[in-house]
Design a protein around this ligand. Structure first.
Ligand code: LLP
Length: 444
């Protein structure tokens, strides 16, 4: 599908600020992303469908590289992973953060250099560790004391593995309770205050086949302020100085994790990447100077901010129901392809595409097709008053933690992923079908 000329019509009141930069308006209410009409994608690939703008992903990678020229930028694969994504991330010179043998193996078999991969996980399975060692990952981030002996034993007496330690810096940040990981009382990391981190560090230093390259922290996700990162960094440098004092070693690396917040609706705040880079650099230089510590190499791990704004979800309206004061617009996807509103109360901004409406707007609630009342995709949003079955709805900022968290609920099947780039659409991941479910169901 190729559209050669995209006649743009003047901007109306509608706001495309959170859409991929390539988004253009087409006549009759159409929208194109990456030069491809969304309505044509829906026709060709059916709905629900996820569209990912390759140019947007790659541009975001470049923005990170420009803001952090001396730091490894590791894309957090949990936000969204496919073989094409692996290739884009590799070509843009980023590293990868993975948290399972599955993510790791997909990346390496798609050609990603294992030494640029970091393995995370609060509960790494024997298979995770075996796969990491077999494929030769760059770093394993230790998240609990029990892992140390297990990894050392798997590495063997003549082996060698670089590791880091995940520390809880005691900073609370993040868009929702479920994604705040910087303080105690949640499952990740080793405590800075109760001696847990120091104890683990001493234990690792006692294992000759493990090389401790540095410390790691990830304070939370969907963070829109720079301040918590600065506070966390200061505390991490403090710990690095204490490690130097206690053991006489200077750790060369400091990984500050990800969590960089984005806008899901026009006008919402996003983390200012340039300010983050500037303040982290300054704070690192100053706290290291104060502690007379050599400045470690800073690494970061953004996931959402790379994949999120590059994705668009496309749904077909199946039913419109007027119930008392409320209007429910039911679509052909829902919580099985996007559990985020149900899990974190996230608000999205769906939009009618492919038809121009003159009917004015009214408040409606976009719901999914799943068998529970909590299957709401977007509560109380403005949509054309004449919205009807057959209409196409597009939800921007759908590229992170939607498909990667998708489920098989109600055997609806996970939607396909279609890449758009330079006016061409191509299938990256096909739709999940009944045959997929049937082939896994091997008993009777
Ligand atoms: N590094 C580590 C160790 C992480 O655990 C995460 C995310 C990241 C980096 C990337 O964070 P990001 O830049 O994408 O915020 N499912 C939730 C988000 C969970 C984040 C888990 N860890 C959501 O849909 O909002």
């Amino acid at each position: 599908m190729t559209i050669t000329a995209l006649p743009e019509i003047p901007a109306g009141t509608d706001d495309l600020s959170i859409w991929p930069a390539s988004t253009t308006r087409l006549p009759h209410g159409g929208l194109a992303v990456g030069g491809v009409s969304l309505a044509e994608i829906a026709e060709r690939f059916d709905t629900p469908a996820y569209v990912v703008d390759e140019g947007e992903v790659r541009e975001r990678c470049r923005t990170y590289r420009a803001a952090f020229p001396d730091s490894p930028v590791l894309y957090a694969a949990k936000a969204f992973l496919s073989r094409a994504m692996v290739r884009w991330i590799r070509k843009e010179g980023l590293g990868l953060d993975v948290c399972s043998a599955g993510e790791l193996e997909l990346a390496v078999t798609a050609g990603f250099p294992p030494e640029r991969i970091v393995l995370h996980g609060n509960a790494k399975s024997p298979r995770d560790i075996e796969t990491a060692l077999r494929l030769g990952v760059g770093r394993i981030v230790i998240d609990s004391p029990a892992e140390i002996a297990r990894i050392a034993a798997s590495v063997g007496p003549r082996g060698h593995q670089k590791v880091m330690v995940r520390v809880v810096p005691g900073v609370s940040a993040g868009g929702h309770d479920k994604i705040r990981t910087g303080t105690e009382g949640q499952k990740f990391g080793l405590s800075l205050t109760d001696g847990g981190a120091q104890h683990a560090i001493a234990k690792i230093l006692g294992q000759p086949q493990l090389e401790l390259t540095g410390l790691h922290c990830h304070i939370g996700s969907q963070i829109t302020e720079v301040k918590p990162y600065v506070v966390a960094l200061r505390r991490m440098v403090g710990l690095m100085a204490r490690v130097r004092d206690a053991h006489g070693i200077v750790l060369p690396e400091l990984d500050m994790g990800g969590g960089h917040g984005i806008a899901y609706r026009p006008g919402e705040p996003a983390l200012d990447l340039t300010a983050l880079a500037r303040k982290l650099r300054t704070e690192l230089a100053e706290s290291c100077a104060a502690a007379r510590l050599a400045v470690p190499r800073l690494a970061i791990e953004p996931g959402r901010a790379i994949a999120g704004p590059a994705g668009v979800a496309l749904y077909r309206v199946l039913a419109v129901k007027h119930t008392g004061e409320k209007v429910f617009v039911a679509v052909d996807g829902g919580m099985s392809d996007n559990p985020r509103p149900a899990l974190y109360g996230v608000r999205y901004a769906p939009r009618l595409v492919g038809r121009h409406s003159t009917a004015g707007v009214r408040t409606a609630t976009v719901v999914g097709r799943h068998c529970e009342a909590g299957d709401v995709l977007a509560a109380d949003v403005e949509l054309p008053a004449d919205i009807h079955p057959g209409d196409l709805l597009a939800v921007p900022v759908a590229g992170a933690y939607q498909l990667s968290m998708a489920s098989g609920y109600n055997l609806v099947g996970r939607p396909p992923v279609i890449a758009v780039h330079e006016a061409t659409a191509r299938l990256l991941v096909r739709r999940e079908t009944l045959d997929d479910f049937r082939s896994r169901d091997v008993g009777d």
